[in-house]
Design a binder for this molecule. Structure first.
Ligand code: ATP
Length: 412
């Protein structure tokens, strides 16, 4: 009884049958539409998953090839020195010796030129690729400043030296026509010599600032390299870079490291230093006089410099930067106390008298130390006593004369 109640009633007459069938058809059509929509959705999901799969496969391939590359042995850097016919070239590896090798077919033969840097296979030393023209990282590692911030007003007590350097370096860069009119060759560069910390670097930076020149600072000892010919190459690249960026001031600090007198009896290390010096001399000779590259050398030991460096035509002016006298010390103290809040009792003249034998960097340190004493004592301004304490402290820390007299023999 209950079973028959749950069953939909069978259509009794044709009209009911017609309605029943119409209902079923409508239901089935709706269901069909739903299933079609589902199918479309599933198909689009499938397509999406397939593209994802292709993407991931590509990524896996890329990562695999990257792992392969990372695992591959390193390539040797070399320089092409000569190109024999076809794909045979002579290369010099960075370790020194020269080899005749083959170059890869993929390299454009026009790019195979002497002097070009390339990568070499470790075993066969075949040329694998040509490297873009670039200067040695060490050149870029050197101090390179677009235009330094220091100006002449930051230098105390060196007025005659500033005038000399302005005539020799600034004038040819700023007004080359004056030299043309008179018909003389402008100086190529100047050599500054004097005790440490007297403002040689400062002077060179100030000239670069006044002439809006690119400032390249190299320390002589950095040019002395481990492998034969490397130092000379660095010097060559340094001059190339300077020419490219001109106007440029090349400042070679501690030039005595490469410019010391050449002697007869030498070790291979000394010979390498001499080779670097010769490249330096050749670089200086290679300059057009009216070119926009000037060289400023600096040394504390002019007595050991090679005579070839000192002759006119290399460094045309040799300027001594001495230890400041009392007037000089006063001028330097004025420069370094310009921005300081000084107490009325501070007499810079007295401090200049008390700092006999001190150089510019000592005086700068004294000013800074006096400021530190003022901060420590919670003073409103730097007092005379702060300066006296600072002089005593710097005297203890940096009294070069005492140090040399006590320990000089040890380093002789
Ligand atoms: P080194 O021979 O050791 O390289 P240097 O002569 O090149 O020394 P600098 O580096 O120019 O000495 O000087 C060091 C610091 O001392 C400078 O940054 C500057 O603040 C200060 N100084 C030296 N001389 C003077 C000066 N005449 N006027 C103002 N400041 C100076």
């Amino acid at each position: 009884m209950a079973e028959s109640a749950r069953q939909p009633q069978e259509p009794q007459n044709p009209e009911e049958l017609y309605r029943y069938l119409l209902d079923r058809v409508t239901n089935m059509e709706t269901r069909n539409l739903e299933l079609r929509e589902q199918l479309r959705q599933i198909e689009s999901d499938k397509r999406y998953i397939e593209t994802q799969k292709i993407r991931y496969e590509r990524e896996v391939r890329k990562l695999k090839s990257e792992i392969e590359q990372l695992r591959s042995p390193p390539l040797v850097i070399g320089t092409i020195t000569d190109v024999i016919e076809g794909n045979r070239v002579i290369v010099r590896s960075s370790a020194g010796p020269r080899f005749m090798v083959r170059s890869s077919m993929c390299i454009d033969p026009d790019k195979l030129k002497p002097g070009v840097r390339c990568t070499l296979n470790q075993q066969s030393l075949a040329v694998i690729d040509i490297l873009p023209e670039s200067y040695d990282a060490q050149i870029y590692g050197m101090e390179v400043v677009e235009t330094p911030d220091e100006c002449y007003s930051d230098i105390g007590g060196l007025d005659p030296q500033i005038n000399e350097i302005r005539e020799a370096v600034e004038l040819p860069l700023k007004r080359p026509e004056l030299f043309e009119k008179i018909g003389i060759e402008p100086p190529k560069g100047v050599l500054l010599f004097g005790p440490p910390g007297t403002g040689k670097t400062l002077l060179a930076r100030a000239v670069a600032h006044e002439t809006n020149a690119y400032f390249l600072r190299v320390v002589g000892s950095e040019l002395v390299q481990k492998y034969i010919g490397e130092g000379a190459r660095l010097v060559r690249e340094l001059f190339d870079l300077a020419k490219k960026k001109s106007p440029t001031i090349i400042f070679i600090d501690e030039i005595d490291a490469v410019g010391a007198s050449r002697t007869e009896a030498t070790t291979s290390g000394d010979r390498e230093v001499q080779r670097t010096l010769m490249q330096l001399l050749a670089g200086m000779d290679g300059f057009e006089r009216r070119g926009d590259v000037k060289i400023i050398g600096a040394t504390n030991r002019i007595d050991i410099l090679d005579r070839a460096l000192l002759r006119p035509g290399r460094f045309d002016r040799i300027i001594e930067i001495p230890l400041p006298d009392v007037e000089g010390r006063l001028a330097i103290l004025r420069v370094h106390t310009r921005g300081m809040n000084l107490d009325g009792g501070v007499g810079l003249k007295e401090i200049a008298h008390l700092t006999e034998g001190k150089n510019g960097s000592d005086l700068k340190a004294i000013c800074m130390e006096a400021g530190m004493f003022a901060i420590r004592g919670e003073h409103e301004a730097v007092t005379r006593q702060d300066f006296l304490d600072a002089i005593e402290k710097i005297g203890l820390d940096f009294d070069g004369h005492k140090y040399i007299s006590n320990y000089g023999a040890m380093f002789a």
